[in-house]
Ligand binder design. Structure first.
Ligand code: SF4
Ligand code: SF4
Length: 97
């Protein structure tokens, strides 16, 4: 499963930089997690890093995004392949100038 942030979030900003997948972002009121980018840290760490640092324990699993470990690993591999492509791709391709 991807994780989610509940209304108990106090916007402390601690979790966002800890996410290896850049899945956490500040929404209209509180921080949110993009389920398409959250792997529960599978592929990067043994434990979800956001859960480790959150001072108010407001990051449970997201019941709307049930995924087993292999699905999460596949998501991790897709995200890292995309990141590699962006890093090594021709800069001119996306250059509007
Ligand atoms: S569990 Fe890991 S990948 Fe998911 S939002 Fe938290 S830090 Fe990011
Ligand atoms: S660490 Fe917890 S309280 Fe702080 S911004 Fe993240 S989800 Fe909200």
């Amino acid at each position: 499963m991807a994780l989610m942030i509940t209304d108990d979030c106090i916007n402390c900003d601690v979790c966002e930089p800890e996410c290896p997948n850049e899945a956490i972002f500040l929404g209209p009121e509180i921080y949110q997690i993009d389920p398409a980018r959250c792997t529960e840290c599978v592929g990067h760490f043994d434990e979800p890093q956001c859960v480790q640092v959150c001072p108010v324990a407001c990051i449970p699993v997201n019941p709307a995004h049930v995924e087993d470990k292999w699905t999460l690993l596949g998501k991790y591999e897709r995200l890292t392949a995309q990141a590699r492509q962006v890093a090594s791709g021709p800069a001119a391709a996306d250059d509007p100038a």
